[in-house]
Design a protein around this ligand. Structure first.
Ligand SMILES: [Zn+2]
Length: 116
């Protein structure tokens, strides 16, 4: 009687272990490749979303979450042919944050506008 040295289950375990090893190697290579960009993103408070087994990155500024379509011009940036005063023609406004004990500051300031 012949005894198989590997069962289908143990073959799957070996394959899965190889796949995990390969993924870890790819992620490590991606981390080395994007180390400088990741550091810049962290300094700016951006979100880092690794993709494609770590060989690609998506960087996202979370301040975009606070932007809403301007209700005055429905996001068009203009009313009656003139720049919308509610959003100064950008078509977007900053979502109002709930009031804090220390008092809020400038709800309608554009969070993505350059600092003055
Ligand atoms: Zn507007």
């Amino acid at each position: 009687m012949l005894i198989k040295s590997t069962s289908p289950t143990s073959g799957n375990k070996v394959r899965n272990r190889l796949v995990r090893w390969g993924r870890r190697r790819l992620e490590a290579a991606g981390n080395r490749l994007f180390a400088t960009d990741d550091l810049t993103a962290l300094e700016r408070g951006w979100q880092i979303i690794p993709q494609r087994c770590g060989l690609s990155r998506q960087y996202r500024d979370p301040r975009f979450d606070s932007l809403i379509r301007c209700p005055d011009c429905n996001g068009n940036g203009a009313t009656d042919g003139w720049p919308c005063p509610g959003c100064r023609g950008t078509g977007r406004q900053t979502q109002r944050a709930p009031a804090t004990a220390g008092g809020g500051e400038g709800h309608d300031q554009d969070p993505l506008a350059p600092a003055k």
